[in-house]
Design a protein around this ligand. Structure first.
Ligand SMILES: [Zn+2]
Length: 45
């Protein structure tokens, strides 16, 4: 699974949860969550 913002691979835990979140059903990594505000992420995806 790749981050919808930076296109980097998002790691998954053993429970297949991603180390990130979903915004409008698109995966966003932790780094981008820290880097950008929610409004900025919405513009980028
Ligand atoms: Zn990212």
């Amino acid at each position: 699974m790749k981050c919808a913002v930076c296109n980097e691979k998002i790691e998954q835990t053993f429970l297949e949860k991603i180390k990130g979140t979903f915004v409008k059903k698109k995966p966003v990594c932790n780094a981008c969550q820290k880097k950008y505000s929610k409004e900025e992420i919405l513009k980028k995806i």
